[in-house]
Design a protein around this ligand. Sequence first.
Ligand SMILES: Nc1nc2c(c(=O)[nH]1)N[C@H]1C(S)=C(S)[C@@H](COP(=O)(O)O)O[C@H]1N2
Ligand SMILES: [Mo]
Length: 313
Amino acid sequence: MPFRWNPELGPEDVTPEAMFQERRRFLRAAAVATAGAVLGWDPDAVQAEGGLAGVRKGAVTLDEKLTPVREVTSYGNFYELGTGKEDPAKLADRLVTYPWSVRIDGEVEQPGVVSLEDLLKPHPLEERVYRMRCVEGWSMVIPWIGFPLGDLLKRFVPTPKGRYVAFETLHDPQRLPGQAREVLRWPYREGLRLDEAMHPLTILAVGLYDRVLPNQNGVPLRLVVPWKYGFKSIKSIVRISLTEQQPVTSWNQHAPDEYGFFANVNPEVPHPRWEQRQERRIGEWLRRDTLPFNGYGEQVAGLYAGMDLTRFF
Ligand SMILES: Nc1nc2c(c(=O)[nH]1)N[C@H]1C(S)=C(S)[C@@H](COP(=O)(O)O)O[C@H]1N2
Ligand SMILES: [Mo]
């Protein structure tokens, strides 16, 4: 059985059984890692309970009430693990992630398949608290652990033709049983314009709440783009391609009138089937007004200067 992430586990709960499970997980991780580096951080730093050490406070972070970890990890969308909000947490054990590699290709100087360890090694991890907003009208405030996507892309040196970045999730119905049904065209795909991808707010996350990512939140590597609706933040990434043309994205392909390529949080542009002016923060009763760009307008509105955002929604 793969290690099951337990948000409630504290040091006082570490029973011999829990320690045994953790040790097995740790050894399995160590076995696939070369030269002792596990997922880019020193094995000595991977604490018991899957905790992450050496994480620094991010420069951009919010001081808002956090959504309880139980909600963050038990309510969400990950259609490859079922279409119900509580399915992903239930089916999470199926998503075995060791070993994992990511293909970086397309318009870059040095394409290749890179192990997760090698991909993460040079990138110091930061904790950043971000507001997240699903197109369905709920929102959360989540302390993510990750590093800027731009830092990674620079390492692979985009060519002058690279204008967009396309992402793909793992396609494996054994480990992602929801892929047995064609609710979306698999693999799940997302994309950003290069300037959005290079923006310092855009991160690749490997953890949340001081821990390695729980499977249901997109282990081992997922995108986080806080000014866009949740579906942009693609989980369990195996491929990142630089492209000349705007890439196909799963939701845009599925229902182009409902889910645009840009998907910026925009209270002025209603979804065809509902208003987008308000949202319900998970754990709160009163609805709150949705902010343009999810409250990150000061940082990102400039990226869209001169664009008609009702047309490019
Ligand atoms: N591969 C994949 N990534 C995905 C999804 C999905 O179904 N498959 N759902 C998206 C949607 S709609 C949302 S709201 C977020 C929810 O997960 P989070 O709370 O961990 O961000 O994941 C996004 N990433
Ligand atoms: Mo979503």
